[in-house]
Design a protein around this ligand. Structure first.
Ligand code: GA4
Length: 344
């Protein structure tokens, strides 16, 4: 597998940490095989040569920048998040807090055109056009990757995952995040000695300021990109010390692919939904855009028969996406919510 490495300080040791990269210009069969290995071992992969047009990405980024630069009272008109809409610091309904502001939108064009009236009052049609085009291209990328996963797993019906994202009732979301800068944070010597303000969270080991806390994504597949400011970290499952946070350097030209809980359940645990978080330590603002590919609410999430074997018995009860969402909104961000659906 092609691996990128990053040197990081963890547990008072300097270590080289690794994460997988797949280049979509490689031969399809080889790329599919490596994609599956990455999703099995990490639940995460950086994808380059992805084919999403740079102009589409740039327009989406510009719309995000324009919105977040509005005065607070203007932004509030697109809130509060219920759970969709504009939010600041508060995440979900159960007291989770982050160091960010965000726009969380349904990917359905009719929802976007309705919501655009509060997000971009000057030109809602332009805003919806930009978001719809971005969603269309990134959904296509997600479907291409899911078809490759189907191939790499040796499934006869290689479209079994991508069909869920193409369903007219699919519940996919798009999220724009803006992590404001933290003044003084990049100065020499770091800032682990600085006390965060009341209620703000910090990683106990590194002292870094957490922008969006540890969690897994509930959906099938998430496709993330960011500006050139670092912050994304993935948790590697290491038996000896309960996991190590791997900082994934920013690359605005790449997309980062995150396996969600629903794909873990459908593959009976063969692909793993990776726990990840975003740090907000930089003296420059970090922005990220995430597409969360989800099925329709009525879709039944259940392990594919080919994934159940004598040595790999059924791990999860089957559930509908609507049932899973109900559970996830009743729980904290960091909860291992799939555990609630473990088979008897
Ligand atoms: C995590 C992944 C996505 O950002 C998200 C988040 C959602 C929200 O912000 O409303 C949740 C979180 C996420 C999982 C648990 C619940 C719901 C916040 C929260 C505490 C949009 C999603 O789908 O699930």
């Amino acid at each position: 597998m092609v691996i990128a490495s990053v040197t990081a300080e963890s547990n008072e040791r300097i270590r080289t940490l690794e994460y997988p990269v797949v280049d979509l210009s490689w031969k399809r069969g080889r790329a599919a095989e490596l994609l599956v290995r990455a999703c099995e071992e990490f639940g995460f992969v950086k994808v380059v040569n992805h084919g999403v047009l740079r102009s589409v990405i740039a327009k989406m980024e510009a719309e995000g920048a324009r919105f977040f630069a509005l005065p607070p009272c203007e932004k509030q008109k697109a809130g509060p998040p219920t759970p969709l809409g504009y939010g600041i610091r508060s995440i979900g309904f159960n007291g989770d807090m982050g160091e960010l502001e965000y726009l969380l939108l349904h990917s359905n064009p009719s929802y976007i055109s309705q919501k655009a009236k509060t997000i971009c009052r000057k030109d809602p049609i332009h805003f919806s056009g930009v978001v719809n085009e971005y969603v269309k291209q990134v959904r296509q990328l997600a479907c291409q990757l899911l078809d490759m996963v189907g191939e790499g797993l040796g499934l006869q019906d290689t479209r079994v995952f991508s069909r869920l994202l193409q369903d007219s009732e699919n519940d996919s979301l798009v999220r724009l995040n803006h992590y404001p800068p933290w003044p003084g944070s990049d100065r020499a010597g770091g800032d682990a000695d600085r006390e965060p303000a009341a209620g703000k969270s910090r990683d106990k080991r590194s002292g870094g300021r957490i922008g969006f806390g540890e969690h897994s994504d509930p959906q099938i597949l998430s496709i993330l990109r960011s500006n050139d400011v670092d912050g994304l970290q993935i948790l590697s499952a290491e038996a000896d010390d309960g996991g190590v946070w791997i900082p994934v350097p920013a690359d605005p030209a790449a997309f980062y692919v995150i396996v969600g809980d629903a794909l873990q359940a459908m593959t009976n645990g063969r692909l793993v939904s990776v726990r990840h978080r975003a740090m907000a330590n930089s003296c420059r603002p970090r922005t990220s855009t995430v597409f969360f590919g989800a099925p329709s609410p009525g879709t039944r999430i259940t392990a594919l028969p080919q994934m159940i074997r004598p040595h790999a018995p059924r791990r999860y009860k089957s559930f509908t996406w609507a049932e899973y969402k109900k559970a996830m909104y009743s729980l904290r961000l960091g909860h291992n919510r799939l555990d609630l659906f473990l088979a008897d």
